[in-house]
Design a protein around this ligand. Sequence first.
Ligand SMILES: [Zn+2]
Length: 330
Amino acid sequence: MTLQVPFAPAAPKIATESNPHCPTCGSRRRMAFARGHDYEHETCRNEWQFWQCNACATVWLDPRPESSTLGVIYPASYYAYQMDKISPIALKGKAMLDRLKFRSIFAHTGAPTSFLDIGCGDGRYLDLFAQRGIPRSRLYGLELSDESIRALQERGYQAFQRRVEDCTEISNGSIDLATMFHVIEHVSDPVRVLQQIARWLSPNGCLVVETPNIDSWDAQLFKDRWWGGYHFPRHWTLFQADSLARLMNAAGLDVVHVAYQTGHSFWMYSLHHVLRYGTRNGTAIAPFFDPVRSTIPLVMFTGFDVLRRMIGFKTSSILMIARRRMDTGR
Ligand SMILES: [Zn+2]
């Protein structure tokens, strides 16, 4: 199915830069994988292209937005948009899922005495660890939103407005547990980012990465253009279990556990996009599937994913726990 309506004709066409090498293994051998537009925010009218590496199955965007356009593709409203419009019911559900998620993470990592959340937002995970009795001097958060960082610093957290690559405030060997939920797919050099995190980890320290999983039903069903996990043009690298493990290994981390998380928003965005842009008559019902505005399908698809995971299917969000390898001579 192709685009049935002209895509955001009033939006700018933004500058791009070439990115021909696989970000995980460096290969140039690749196949076309998917094409699409910025269906979530309509920040630009470019059509984008994902490629898949023949050697390691990593999927990446080429060309990608030039760094000078980051303010266009991440408008000031972007982060607020993510949190503010989620209904209180969804937030309660999220808090419950968070507690379950960390309980299962600790089963593999042990209970940490220091914690770093990369992409910490309003600090909801930092709060969770503070409630567990870890002093705020040992709770670290990185985030690009200046406003969130100021608020977190005022509350005593070690919060910095930095990208991982630019952060000098965290000492090597000081972090027992680092989490990076839905961030790795946005960064320009994922190997370099994970190498830096590996240096920050304490002996036996662990990193938990969660990211969209291209090896899931919904990803395959909407593969050509509409899958919500593409998030054109803000997702630059996409993985499945093998390619993500390869990335971890390249950064000196050994995988200890793989799990799959519920991913209602990818189902909903996929349906929203196909109705809104891929049909002539579906535009009016598309908003029903917008995950930031609509609660009923959110609960429905979360339930569906819980069932799907229980019977052993891979969902559209992969969670991987990896431990710092100790033979790297650091
Ligand atoms: Zn590759």
